[in-house]
Design a protein around this ligand. Structure first.
Ligand SMILES: [Zn+2]
Length: 389
């Protein structure tokens, strides 16, 4: 059986490596970076007569394209990140897409080149039939898997909130075609403990940074348990976990320095400043002010919380239900670029084909029927089926 248009598009995209090195420098340059995939999309969109450009740095470019139609119902932004996670240890050839048993295999097939393929296939169909009823900003953003550099470039490119044309946004991620309007955000914090070194044969002459940090870790575990008492009804509680720790210089020295890295999963309404304030207050409460420093506190992903009654949710829900799919909005356990878009003032949701359990795996794949259902969803969205139908 010949492959559908969207399957052929996705095969093309998977065959173009766009690995996010995620801070590593030991990866083959031939597979690293979004530039090749961005360039391919740019040419394909221009060939469709669409006004498209690459923005951001040459190392981490993002694609932005805009389509307008007279009498448009509204202006929708669809974002599908360009980068994939690395390919070490994969059980399949990551860049040789194989279609077998109703699946397409390859790195990025599920997360999230499927979303872009569905959008482009739908766009081709809607434009060919002259059925476009919404203005569209198509975004392929870089660096979603790491620091969200791409989506921040895109937000800057869209201009100030008052001057923006975009009404709402959808970020494609593998949600199994479920509509997601809430997820937690993530902050990484690095604590530095200070002490005074001396010979370990007489440790009372010094002050152990490891002792101070150990006390702080116990305080943070208590804070985590306290947070568990105040869950958000949909997302559950804020969580914090000390994931990495180190310190000291030698077994026979009292440590003058120690460090720990905290992964903080925050609810909507928190940000890196509020996390920093809570860490500093915890240190002060434990009598550790001056000995524990919050050396870094970095926002990795903003939380998402879009109202069930927002037009973006109502529109997507109506289209899903028309297609006989589940329309009830749900939550995701992972962070997405819908968080930053939403915090920038663009009401946003997350939805896409495939399941997160298939993403980042050794044999990443997407079910073709999910891919094709997402294409039909985009055809209905772009042709305004909920408005004119
Ligand atoms: Zn993704």
């Amino acid at each position: 059986m010949p492959h559908s248009r969207v399957t052929r598009l996705l095969s093309d995209y998977v065959a173009i490596p766009s690995v996010n090195p995620m801070g590593r420098d030991d990866l083959d340059p031939a597979i690293v970076g979004e530039a090749r995939y961005a360039g391919h999309l740019l040419q394909a969109l221009k060939a469709l007569g669409i006004d498209a450009e690459c923005i951001g740095g040459a190392e981490q470019p993002s694609v932005v394209a805009e389509l307008r139609v007279a009498g448009a119902h509204d202006h929708v932004l669809v974002a599908s990140h360009l980068d994939t996670v690395p390919v070490d240890g994969m059980a399949i050839d990551p860049f040789d897409p194989v279609v077998r048993d109703g699946r397409l295999y390859g790195r990025g097939s599920c997360d999230t080149k499927a979303g872009m393929a569905a959008l482009v296939a739908a766009l081709e169909e809607v434009l060919a039939r002259g059925k476009l009823r919404r203005n569209l900003t198509l975004v392929g953003e870089s660096d979603e898997e790491m620091a969200s550099v791409g989506v921040r470039d895109v937000i800057a490119h869209l201009g100030e909130p008052g001057g923006r044309k975009v009404d709402w946004a959808l970020a494609t991620e593998p949600t199994g075609l479920r509509l997601v309007n809430a997820h937690k955000g993530r902050v990484s914090a690095r604590l530095l403990a200070h002490g005074r070194a001396c010979h370990s044969s007489d440790p009372d002459r010094g002050q152990s940074a490891i002792g101070a940090l150990s006390q702080m870790v116990l305080e943070l575990e208590a804070l985590h348990r306290h947070k568990a008492q105040q869950p958000d009804p949909r997302l559950g509680p804020t969580t914090l976990s000390v994931g990495l720790i180190g310190g000291g210089r030698a077994p026979n020295m009292v440590a003058d320095e120690a460090w720990a890295i905290i992964d903080w999963r925050m609810l909507p309404g928190e940000d890196e400043a509020s996390v920093r304030a809570q860490l500093e207050a915890t240190a002060a409460r434990a009598g550790l002010a001056g000995r524990i420093e919050v050396a870094e506190c970095t926002l990795d992903k903003e939380a998402l919380s879009t109202d069930d009654a927002a037009p973006v949710v109502r529109t997507c829900r109506a289209l899903l239900e028309r297609a006989g799919l589940e329309g009830e909005p749900t939550i995701a356990a992972f962070g997405t670029d819908a968080g930053p878009l939403s915090l920038a003032g663009i009401p946003s949701v997350v939805m896409g084909p495939g399941h997160i359990a298939q993403a980042h795996t050794a044999d990443e794949w997407i079910a073709i029927d999910q891919l094709e259902a997402m294409t039909r969803f985009f055809v209905q969205l772009l042709s305004g089926a909920d408005v004119v139908g």
